[in-house]
Design a protein around this ligand. Structure first.
Ligand SMILES: *Cc1c(COP(=O)(O)O)cnc(C)c1O
Length: 433
C-alpha cells in the first residue's frame, strides 16, 4: 500500500516511509492510495475471531509489504495486551472503555503500535542511525508515547511539556521512565513547546545531526490502529442486527476518522457523532458549510481543546470532499463544561457509572442523537480513566475516588526532567546530548 500527500506535491511512499517521515515533505498528511472493503464474511464472523485476528485483518492491507506477517502479528499481540470492555448502561446505550492500557488513555494503542513499527524499521537500517521521536504534549500524548517507546532499541524519545501545566499524574508518566526517554520541562505554554518542535524539524543543524520523526496523530501508524476499537465494540454488542451509532469525543479527529476508515472497509454502522466541547469548529462547519479554524478554548475535557483539528482533511477526503455525503454519515454537537459536569453526575446517579469529562461529552452527543432517532442504538467511546481527571470528577460526584495501586506507585516515583527556557537551550540539547 502506498500513501500520498493530501497537499499533492510530494511523491507517494510506502507505509514504512510514511511512518518514518510522519508528515510529507510538502507538509501534507499522508493518505492511503486505496481503501478496499473487506469481505462481508469477516464482519459476520467477528464473534468467532480473537481481537488480534481482527486487528491483523484490518491493518495488514495498510502495512502492505513493509512488515512481514509474523512480525506484524507480534506487534499486534504486544500492542493489544489489555481489555476494551463494552459496558451496557441501558438497552440502547453502551460505553466502550478504551482506558485500560498502561497510561490509562486511549492513545496507548496508537503509541504502542507506532513504537513497535518504528523499532522494527530502525533495526533494519544497516547504518543503525538512531531515530529521534520528538513530541510536544499538553498532557496525554506524552505519557502514552513515552510508555509506548520505552526500551525500543534504535529510537530515542524527546518530549517537551509546559512546566506546571500538566497534571501530577501526567507529569510523572513523562518524567519517571528514564532509559531512552527524556522529558524537557519548558518554561512556557503548550504552544511554545509545539513551536520548538516545528522549528526543530526545519532546522538543518538539527536535522543533519539527528533523524527526526513525530509521534502525534498525524502519523499513519498512530492513526490507523484506532480503527480496531470499533470492531472490538461490535464484537461485544448483544444486538448486532441493528448497526450502532458511534459517538466519539473528538479533538484532533484522529480517532473518529479511524472509525470512518472501518466504515469504508465495510463495517456495519448507522452513523457517527463527533462530540466536542466548546471548541466547535466542526459542528459549525456542518451547519454552515464553511470551515473556519479558531483559537482553542480551555475546557475541563482538555485533550479536546483543539481549534483546528488536524485530521479533518482526512475525513473530508474519505467522503471525496463532498459535503452532502459527509453530512449523511456525520453529525457533530458541542457541549459546555456545565453540561459536561451535569452528564458526569447523571451517569453516576442513574447508572453508578463514573465517566471522565471526555467520555461524558461522548455520552451527551449520543444521548442527543438517540433522542431524535428512537429506533437507533449507540456506543460512546470512553477515552480516559476518570482518575486522570480526579479533581473535576470528585467535585462533581462529591465523593473521594479510590486511586488504583499502579497510580499510587507512580506518584511516589521521582521526577527527572531537563529545564528548558528557550529555543537555543533546546537546540543545544538536541545537538549535544
Ligand atoms: C486525545 C484525546 C481525545 C481526542 O482524540 P482525537 O483523536 O484527537 O479526536 C479524546 N479524549 C482523550 C482522553 C484524549 O486523550
Amino acid at each position: 500500500m502506498n500513501y500520498y500527500s493530501l497537499e499533492g506535491n510530494a511523491p507517494p511512499v510506502s507505509f514504512k516511509e510514511a511512518v518514518i517521515n510522519g508528515i510529507a515533505p510538502d507538509k501534507g498528511l499522508y493518505f492511503p492510495e486505496s481503501i478496499n472493503p473487506l469481505p462481508t464474511g469477516f464482519f459476520n464472523e467477528l464473534t468467532t475471531l480473537s481481537k488480534n485476528e481482527i486487528a491483523f485483518q484490518l491493518i495488514q492491507p495498510f502495512v502492505g509489504s513493509s512488515i512481514p506477517q509474523e512480525t506484524l502479528e507480534n506487534i499486534i499481540n504486544e500492542t493489544l495486551d489489555f481489555e476494551f470492555p463494552l459496558i451496557p448502561l441501558t438497552d440502547r446505550i453502551s460505553s466502550l472503555e478504551l482506558y485500560h492500557g498502561p497510561t490509562l488513555a486511549f492513545k496507548d494503542v496508537g503509541a504502542r503500535f507506532m513504537a513497535r513499527c518504528l523499532g522494527y524499521f530502525a533495526a533494519l537500517d544497516s547504518k543503525k542511525k538512531e531515530i529521534t521521536v520528538l513530541v510536544a504534549t499538553s498532557g496525554d500524548t506524552g505519557g502514552a508515547v513515552a510508555n509506548g517507546f520505552l526500551g525500543v532499541e534504535g529510537v530515542t524519545v524527546v518530549i517537551l511539556y509546559p512546566s506546571g501545566k500538566v497534571s501530577e499524574i501526567q507529569e510523572k508518566q513523562l518524567t519517571t521512565l528514564g532509559k531512552n526517554i527524556t522529558a524537557l520541562e519548558v518554561d512556557g505554554t503548550f504552544d511554545n513547546c509545539q513551536n520548538m518542535v516545528k522549528n526543530a524539524f526545519v532546522d538543518p543543524e538539527i536535522t543533519t545531526k539527528r533523524t527526526l520523526t513525530s509521534a502525534n496523530s498525524i502519523n499513519v501508524a498512530r492513526w490507523l490502529p484506532q480503527s480496531f476499537y470499533y470492531l472490538f465494540a461490535l464484537q461485544q454488542l448483544k444486538e448486532r442486527s441493528n448497526p450502532p451509532v458511534f459517538s466519539v469525543p473528538s479533538g484532533n479527529f484522529g480517532n473518529i476518522c479511524a472509525g470512518m476508515v472501518a466504515y469504508k472497509l465495510g463495517m456495519p454502522v448507522t452513523h457517527f457523532v463527533a462530540s466536542v466541547n466548546s471548541n466547535a469548529v466542526v459542528p459549525d462547519y456542518l451547519k454552515t458549510g464553511s470551515y473556519a479554524p479558531q483559537q482553542s478554548i480551555a475546557t475541563i475535557s482538555n485533550a479536546m481543546d483543539v481549534g483546528d483539528p488536524s485530521n479533518f482533511v482526512r475525513i473530508q477526503k474519505l467522503f471525496e470532499n463532498d459535503f452532502g455525503k459527509l453530512s449523511q454519515m456525520l453529525t457533530s454537537y458541542s457541549f459546555s463544561d456545565t453540561e459536561t459536569r451535569a452528564a458526569i453526575e447523571e451517569l453516576y446517579e442513574r447508572f453508578n457509572y463514573l465517566a471522565d469529562p471526555h467520555g461524558a461529552v461522548g455520552y451527551l452527543g449520543l444521548q442527543k442523537y438517540l433522542s431524535a432517532h428512537p429506533n437507533a442504538q449507540g456506543i460512546f467511546l470512553e477515552t480516559a480513566h476518570p482518575i486522570k481527571f480526579l479533581d473535576t470528577v470528585e467535585a462533581v460526584i462529591d465523593k473521594k475516588v479510590t486511586i488504583p495501586n499502579a497510580i499510587e506507585e507512580l506518584i511516589q516515583k521521582k521526577k527527572k526532567s531537563v529545564a528548558i527556557k528557550n529555543y537555543s537551550e533546546f537546540k543545544a540539547f538536541m545537538l549535544h546530548s
